[in-house]
Design a protein around this ligand. Structure first.
Ligand SMILES: Cc1ncc(COP(=O)(O)O)c(C=O)c1O
Length: 480
């Protein structure tokens, strides 16, 4: 059963894990089967007993096996909604983007208002703050009159930058100077400014896998290369794999979402975030924290972004009001720290400044306390939607289906049976009036061919439930 390659550079215990999970996936090892004893496995694989134990313990942590006292390790029975597994155990080569045409078709689907919107991550629509924001915008227009029609300054409206700084102080006790914040056209421009401030054409950028497709498109458009780093669906980036990547490739920067990743909805534990900062200091690699979902943890506990862990590392945090308040306002920000002058220069060059009326309205939204109240009301709605969606997937999709277990945000990552081609499912779903995001677009080498991302960030209704049921039936048809 085993064939460990001692020369290939991958940790031996990880090779043991891979070989066992392969045997589980092909049906050689079935739920309830006992794994070979530590000693037997050590002999047949030619690795030490502690190496095998390390592999088994890791498999237990990933909930693939369970240990029974005095008896050994057993393959677990599938619980409803088994959690997706990390699919990569070794660093992939830096790669240009393979699935541009598919991405364009996904955006066509997302922009079609007639489709059930399971393909777009737009959580603020689950409980729109439209009335409050409209009222505030009217008030701002009446008060600011002509000024609201003019240009904002390059860094952005001081009142909004102060409110964002105050929000960091209020929610996580972090000290941010309003003058180290630059207001941007959404989180996407925040990522663009941060990336161009710390890296140049040809540079290698480390990303989580799977990761947000907009980040991959950005890296590719700037003629940089993305290298994927294994990301655990329950703990975020695997730091040992990141270190291997840093040793192997000349990585210039990492673009990670350690608070709430898209599509996994995972938060990196605090101690790992601190280890991440130290590791990046050691290798002198910059970190761009994509924190656009930061306020949307279901338990309301906002972890401290890496930038505020008191490090010497070059870290830039990107935020946005798109996910919490109004995606159409196109207002985000960069906490640029030491790179603020460069970020300001780039902002001027790329887009001059961001819309003043929207900035003044959001400043008022935050200052009144309505933003915090709105987020507090939005997250339980998202959590309920997430639970409903997981339950419906468990009910209607084939038994081998696995899902992520998001701790916040608005998306569910779904692993389908191997035979299912997510691109085919995407085409069928569009024809049936449903938009979904096929897994291909979450990796530069389009490797997640049997995965989809489903959004629960919209008002829940019968159409949502019918769409999930239809998808389950279609996946069942495609799986044979
Ligand atoms: C992880 C992540 N980062 C950044 C963005 C871009 O945010 P914005 O709409 O504010 O540009 C998105 C939007 O989907 C996202 O999911």
């Amino acid at each position: 059963m085993l064939n460990v390659d001692k020369q290939c550079g991958t940790f031996l215990y990880r090779q043991v894990i891979d070989l066992i999970t392969e045997n589980m996936d092909t049906g050689t090892l079935l739920p309830g089967d006992r794994l070979p004893s530590l000693r037997k496995m050590s002999r047949s694989a030619g690795v030490s007993v502690p190496t095998v134990r390390q592999a088994y313990v890791e498999l237990e942590r990933r909930r693939r096996v369970e240990s029974r006292p005095q008896s050994g390790f057993y393959v677990r029975h599938r619980a409803t909604n088994d959690i997706v597994r990390p699919t990569r155990t070794t660093a992939a080569n830096p790669a240009p983007l393979r699935c541009r045409p598919l991405m364009e078709r996904v955006y066509d689907g997302v922009n079609n208002p007639d489709l059930v919107p399971l393909g777009i991550a737009n959580p603020s629509m689950a409980k729109p703050a439209a009335k409050t924001l409209h009222r505030m915008m009217k008030r701002v227009m009446a008060r600011a009159e002509e000024r609201s029609l003019g240009y904002a300054s390059t860094l952005g409206e001081p009142a909004l930058r102060r409110q964002i700084a105050y929000h960091y102080l209020d929610t996580i006790g972090a000290q941010v100077e309003p003058d180290e914040i630059c207001i941007t056209n959404g989180g996407q421009e925040a990522l663009l400014l941060a990336l161009t401030a710390v890296a140049s054409t040809g540079d290698v950028i480390a990303v989580e896998t799977p990761t947000y497709h907009g980040m991959l498109e950005l890296i590719d458009s700037l003629d940089m290369l993305a290298v994927e780093v294994e990301t655990c669906p329950e703990e975020g980036v695997t730091l040992s794999e990141l270190e291997r990547t840093l040793q192997k490739y000349p990585v210039k920067a990492c673009m990670f979402s350690t608070t709430l990743g898209n599509p996994l909805g995972v938060t990196m534990p605090d101690q790992d975030r601190e280890r991440l900062v130290r590791l990046l200091e050691q290798y002198d690699v910059a970190l761009i924290e994509d924190d656009v979902y930061g306020d949307l943890r279901f338990d309301g506990q906002r972890p401290v972004p890496a930038q505020f862990l008191g490090s010497k590392a070059r870290i830039v945090t990107c935020g946005s009001f798109s996910k919490t308040a109004a995606s159409g306002y196109r207002i985000g920000w960069v906490v640029a720290g030491q790179t603020i002058d460069e970020v300001a220069r780039l902002k001027r060059a790329f887009s001059c400044s961001s819309g003043l009326l929207q900035q003044l309205t959001l400043a008022e939204f935050l200052a009144s306390g309505d933003y915090s109240r709105h987020v507090k009301a939005l997250t339980p709605v998202l959590q309920r939607n997430s639970e409903r969606m997981r339950a419906l997937v468990a009910e209607h999709f084939p038994a081998e289906t696995r899902t992520s277990r998001p701790v916040g945000g608005s998306v569910l990552w779904v692993e389908l049976p191997r035979k299912v081609d997510a691109e085919q499912l995407f085409d069928d779903a569009i024809a049936a009036g449903i938009s979904i995001a096929p897994g291909h677009i979450f990796s530069p080498c389009a490797c997640y061919t049997n995965f989809i991302r489903l959004s629960f960030g919209h008002p829940w209704n019968e159409k949502t439930e019918d769409a999930i049921e239809w998808l389950g039936q279609q996946v069942t048809r495609l799986a044979v």
